[in-house]
Each structure stands twice: as C-alpha cells, then as structure tokens.
Design a protein around this ligand. Sequence first.
Ligand code: PMP
Length: 360
Amino acid sequence: MSRCFNFSAGPATLPLEVLQQAQNDLVDYQGTGMSVMEMSHRGKDYMAIHQNAERNLRALMDIPVNYSVLFLQGGASTQFTAIPLNLFSFNRTADYVNTGAWAKKAIAEAKRYGRVQIIASSEDRNFNYIPTLTPDLYSADADYVHITSNNTIYGTCYPMLPDVANKALVCDMSSDILSKPYDVSKFGVIYAGAQKNIGPAGLTIVIVRDDLIGNALDITPTMLNYQTQADSGSMFNTPPCFIIYMAGLVFEWMLGNGGIDAMEVRNKEKAKLLYDFLDQSALFSATVEGYARSIMNIPFVTGDEALDKLFLSQAEANNLKSIKGHRSVGGMRASIYNAFSKEGVETLVEFMREFEKSNG
Ligand code: PMP
C-alpha cells in the first residue's frame, strides 16, 4: 500500500484507520452477511449506524437538545436554496456577507426568493480578508444573517463570530466544521457538505434550531423543507446510507482521538508550521492577512507563475498531491483538514525549503 500526502480541498483525505475499518466491513458488516451498501435503510442494523452517527456528532459538537441534526443530500449548494425557503418570513429579507465564491452562490440563490442585503464584502481585495461586522450593519427587518465561516478557496476564516443579537445566524461551515469548537447555541442554522472534515462526498449535514423549523414558504419542495426531514429523522426517502456510515466512522475516530479540542490543537500546530515558514520565506508568501488566516486551507504563491508551475509539478512527483491553488487565487493551496497528518505538513515545508534553495 502506498498513500500520498493529499492536500485536496475536498473531497479530501480521510483517516487511514477509517478507510481500513470500511475495507474490513465492506462485504460483511459485522457478521450480517451484507455490506452497509446493501442494507435496508429501515432495518435495525442500518438504523443503529444512523442513530449512532447522530449521537456521536451531537457529542462532538455539544449540540443542544433544541437543535435538530439532519443528514441530507444535494451538497451545501442545495442548502443555498433551502435556507431562504425555510427561513424567509413575510419580509423575505436577509443579510449576507460576501466573503468569496461560495458566499456569492448562496447570495444568488437567496435573491431568487427575496431581498438580499450584502452588508459587507471583501471582494475589493480578491477576498483575502474578513470584513469587520458591527451591529449597525444588520438590517432591522432581516430574517437571518448568513456567513461562510471558512472560505475554502481564499483561505480566510472569521477570527471571531459576529454578534448578531437576536437575529438567526446562518453559517456555511462546509470547510471548518469539526476543526475547532463552535458554540452551536450561537447559530440558527449550521450546514456543511461532508467531503472535507466529515467523510466522503454525498452527505450534507444541517444543524437547525427547532423554532426555525415549520415556517417554510409554501413553494418549498417537500424534500427541501426542514420539517419533512426533521419529522422523519432524515428518513423521508432513502438516505445516503454508506456515506452516513463512513461519517459515523470518522466521528468515532475523532472521539477516540480527543474530540474537537484535540483536533483544534493539532490543526493549529499544523497550520503554524506552514505559516511560520511562509512568513520567513524570501520566495513563498501567504496570500491572506494574519488575523483572518484559515487553519484548514492555506493558499500561497511565489509571485511568479512559471515558478508556481514548476513547484506544482515537482511537488506532484514527490507525492505531495492536489496542492494546486484555485484558479481565482492561483499558486498553491494546502488543505490540511483534521485527517491530514502533521508529518504531511512537515514534509511539505521541508520540500519548500529545498525548492527555495534551488530556485530562490
Ligand atoms: N461552501 C463552501 C465553503 C465550500 O467549500 C463548498 C465546496 N467546496 C461548497 C459550499 C459547496 O459544497 P457542495 O459541493 O457540497 O455543494
């Protein structure tokens, strides 16, 4: 077996132990004589997997009892639609913060159903910072305030959560859920695609405060209505059973490795290794301002496109894979989610040091 250091932004590297457990269970799940992929989603074996996954996620994130956890499909992108449909009141008004390409997509969807006020933006500097949010920015009639906690493409992250007082704070947490503690009680809705810190692609997690369920616009498709999903325990139709099983294994792996607090310590150590190197390098530089730096996605550049290209090809040849930056930022991006090892970051930094010696 040979495993590379996979810096992919998502789908992203998974814990080896989880993949091996899945391999072990693949054709005969714990003596049932069938794969999880082949089980009835209403049978007791699968139900136990499903309930266990939810219980463990609740434990990891300390999710209060007045929040529902939904296991859905359609990616975070489908939530861009579901959020306004479920949360708009007769005002049909919401505040959005524009911190990048995903926020823009969320804004575009919400605009189809109501009035969107962009209360702050970092577009003026290609989204390399997080705008400051002050109480005077929020609209009096906004049904909710939407943020993207971690901007996967640009590598920015809110240094602290905005205080939206009595408004519902809605957060696309796709790329930093489970990477550090978040106080769930501060949010109205948290949503995230699974394919970074949770498991394989194909599962979307929604954590929604119960008083926000049951008020969807009449036009809301049944499947997008949080009420449908909450009432049926995410079993209105066939859930993505195998992906939920995989997510459950990842949650067990996290619990067995110290939970979210331990993930945060490791993630900060890993990110510091790379940022410290970048900040002293004469060749490479980080693209994001210090206070807004993500510990999950770290973009960096040499400032010379030809050199970036050379770096990428040599990195690939040295088993450092999927480290090309998003085309809107260029250069490189190291995505170092929970399952990405410290050894992988050390190897990258060493490789960069050598590259700088030869090309600086
Ligand atoms: N939001 C963020 C912050 C993302 O990084 C992504 C995907 N990488 C999305 C939304 C879209 O997620 P999905 O592909 O699950 O629709």
